[in-house]
Design a protein around this ligand. Structure first.
Ligand code: ADP
Ligand code: ZN
Ligand code: ZN
Length: 736
């Protein structure tokens, strides 16, 4: 009998791999350690997921591993189980899932954890009275931390955000000293309630109190916290977090992808004097790995992260919160196409702990779960604090005069708002100067040569840009087709809007907020600081503005071009339009000043828009749920999209036809089970590849799952599968 190691390797194959233990010490072979193994003629780092006595292969086919990279498992059993579940549910190659769960640095052959500096009191420092340094608050903070914890590593001190200068000053006075050593695996001592709170919490209003009281901390339950922007959801999170921290638990807080983490971090740091770490893409790899370790060894008590953080090991996890749960960024759109929200539900369920999903505009998925009683529904109807809900009005663009972008009414309201010393937000969901460049003489349009899409005209710097494949071209001086000497920018984007506003309000600062202007990592935080100073200004931006940011001095929001969502080819178009509209509107009037929202539209009488404005998001969403029911669409039906793309359109189509045939053989279409396609994708050509898709849906999720298992096995044997790029998207969020 020999020891067979079952290893997950980052390859596109939907299977695990077997190896021999070789010369390795058997006690080191625990599931969750990383191993280095030979694979073909390469060396790969994988995760040991299981140990078996017998192999499915003859012994001479098996090779021994090269090395075990960790002395103890770095992925604990619950994370291994979550990865296994995700690989299974999303029908994804398991090795890629385990790989994704590791921070980038640990995906490589890095062994011994780095040495670190520990700080402790000298004898002189220990003798110092507790309040001795109170004239120097930064030194005082370090003094108290060391009194409380005895010894803290550089990394720990970083978690508490202490000043390096203060640290050096204390060392110079010989009150503290540093020593080199191995990083500690010991969690920091639990903190008592008084030491933990850095500020006095808000007195909750009755609605908030009811919501907080309904959360049970010792069992699994998902709660959907539905409340308008400013209704006090974050305050509820803070109360729930305090409860968990006091019980010695860790908290995982998941936020959307763009820019919200720093703001959340500040609010949490103001409230709690506990180590808080961030895990998101704006943190450098090295720091990210350190933060991940701090979470995994228990020294970080609160982890704030984006979707990938759902896989973070947390030995004392007691509560998960997912804010802005409707946000699309919780679903990964490539590779492992997982939903961090759905994985959070699974993780909370397995850990038997509460999960809070919060939003002013819940996804139809979560709303449906709440209405069906699977989630507990906590509703906040009022704005907390002094703010009142904004006044919302449509501007009928068929009747209003406009400068091509903004209506006369919007311009006048902006002028009045600025004159009162307040701030304005203009929302337009297109970056660049204009979405197309056109010859009025012959009708030529600047198209992308690689995609079925138009090139966007940019003015800063001046060029044409494809937002789908990144192709960039100079702007032609005359029409390439008929030589007419003038080309026209058609439609509007953020840059054009910015230019028009700057021209109209030359004395006022106009700030553009989009992917192009926010490229710098600190750009969002800088913007927040600038707005806080309160000078009148105009913000022009895309949906980046819609994501939960708190702009207390903004009292007017103008939304341009909200009609697209009503006529989108994606069945989720109206849901997204409603969410965006309410989220942007929620940015107006959050402080003490009342807010106004102007919606420019050519469809002021559209029934969905009317419903949204008259009765609010909840009624709107329930009506959409009804429609989805009749149309047999998610969330009522489960859906998978199988996508294929190829430089030759017929390869993609023929491949999907074969998939359809296999599917039909496995499971006939019925009133409970439907196939749709192969159809061209909404954007048929992208980056020189033709894109097609096949939808399969079933009234029951479990049945779709069992079909998919068989289907995927068979798909892999289709010869054309080698010639096209194909993928499965389970519970797809974006149909483009
Ligand atoms: P949301 O997360 O729903 O947008 P917040 O929790 O950020 O709402 O609350 C909005 C504003 O109201 C914040 O400035 C917050 O400090 C304040 N606030 C929240 N709850 C209360 C309360 N119970 N009493 C007074 N002010 C509150
Ligand atoms: Zn022309
Ligand atoms: Zn392109």
């Amino acid at each position: 009998m020999s020891t067979i190691l079952i290893v997950a390797l980052p390859t596109p194959l939907r299977r695990l791999f077997e190896y021999l233990a070789g010369q390795q010490d058997p006690s080191s072979l625990q599931p969750g350690v990383r191993v280095e193994v030979p694979f073909g003629n390469q060396t790969l780092v994988g995760v040991l997921v299981d140990v078996a006595d017998t192999s499915t292969l003859p012994a001479d086919k098996l090779r021994p591993i090269h090395a075990v990279l960790d002395s103890a498992p770095i992925l604990p059993p619950d994370i291994l189980a979550l990865c296994r579940w995700a690989a299974d549910y999303y029908q994804h190659p398991p090795g890629e899932v385990y790989h994704a769960a590791l921070p980038t640095q640990l995906r490589k052959t890095e062994t011994a954890p780095p040495q670190t500096t520990f700080w402790r009191h000298t004898t002189k420092g220990k003798g110092l009275p507790e309040q001795a340094l109170k004239r120097s608050p930064k030194q005082q903070q370090i003094h108290q931390l060391l009194l409380q914890h005895g010894r803290l590593s550089d990394a720990d001190l970083k978690l508490f955000d202490v000043s390096r200068a203060a640290l050096r000053a204390l060392a110079d006075k010989e009150l503290i000293c540093g020593e080199r050593g191995e990083p500690d695996q010991q969690p920091a001592a639990p903190l008592n309630a008084e030491l933990m709170l850095a500020e006095t919490p808000q007195q909750l209003n009755a609605e908030q109190q009811t919501a907080v009281d309904r959360i049970r901390y010792h069992h699994y339950q998902t709660y959907l916290l539905e409340g308008a922007t400013g209704s006090g959801k974050t305050e509820i999170y803070l109360h729930a977090i305090a409860r968990s921290l006091q019980a010695g638990k860790q908290v995982l807080m998941l936020v959307p992808e763009i820019g919200l983490a720093p703001q959340t971090l500040n609010r949490f740091r103001n409230r709690f004097r506990v180590p808080i770490v961030q895990l998101h893409s704006h943190i450098a790899d090295g720091e990210r790995a350190n933060n991940w370790r701090a979470a995994a060894n228990g020294s970080a008590r609160i982890v704030i992260g984006t979707r990938l953080a759902v896989f973070t090991p947390l030995p004392d996890l007691g509560l998960i919160i997912l804010d802005e749960e409707h946000d699309l960024s919780f679903k990964q759109q490539e590779g492992l196409r997982y939903s961090a929200r759905d994985l959070a539900v699974m993780r909370a369920y397995k850990a038997d702990i509460p999960l809070l999903l919060g939003s002013a505009t819940p996804s139809l998925e979560s709303l449906q779960n709440a209405l069906a009683g699977r989630y507990e529904h906590l509703i906040l109807t009022k704005r907390a604090g002094s703010a009142r809900p904004p006044r919302m009005e449509t501007v009928d663009m068929r009747k209003e005069g406009s400068n091509g972008v903004l209506s006369a009414r919007a311009m006048e309201t902006i002028r009045q708002t600025l004159a009162r010393g307040e701030q304005v937000l203009v929302f337009i969901n297109r970056r660049g100067f204009a979405p197309s460049l056109l010859c009025r003489h012959c009708g030529w349009v600047a198209n992308c040569t690689a995609c079925s899409a138009r090139l966007t005209l940019h003015s800063q710097p001046c060029h044409l840009h494809c937002h789908h494949c990144d192709l960039q071209r100079p702007v032609p001086g005359k029409c390439p087709s008929c030589n007419y000497p003038e080309l026209n920018a058609l439609g509007q984007g953020t840059e054009r809007c910015e230019a028009i506003l700057q021209q109209q309000f030359p004395q006022t600062q106009v700030l553009r907020v989009d992917q192009d202007s926010m490229r710098r990592k600190s750009a969002m935080a800088d913007l927040g600081r600038q707005l806080e100073q309160g000078e009148p200004c105009i913000l022009v931006g895309t949906q980046m503005l819609a994501k939960g940011h708190h702009f207390p001095k903004v009292t007017l929001a103008v939304l341009l071009d909200i009609d697209q969502g009503l006529f989108s080819g994606d069945f989720r178009g109206p849901e997204r339009m409603g969410q965006q509209l309410i989220q942007v509107a929620g940015r107006a009037g959050r402080g003490d000043l009342p807010g106004t929202v102007l919606l420019q539209t050519y469809q002021p009488d559209h029934p969905l828009l009317q419903l949204l404005l008259r009765e609010g998001y909840h009624a709107f969403a329930r009506s959409l749920l009804q429609e989805r029911m009749l149309a047999r669409l998610p969330p009522h039906w489960a859906m998978v999209v199988i996508r294929a793309e190829s430089k030759r359109a017929e390869n993609a189509v023929d491949f999907l036809k074969e998939v359809l045939q296999i599917g039909r053989d496995l499971r006939r279409p019925s009133p409970e089970h439907a196939y749709l396609g192969p159809l061209p994708a909404l954007m048929e050509k992208r980056n020189h590849r033709y894109r097609f898709q096949l939808q399969i849906s079933n009234a029951r999720r479990a049945e779709l799952q069992s079909l998919l298992k068989n289907l995927v096995e068979r798909i892999e044997t289709i010869p054309l599968a080698q010639r096209v790029r194909w993928n499965l998207d389970i519970d797809p969020q974006d149909m483009s």
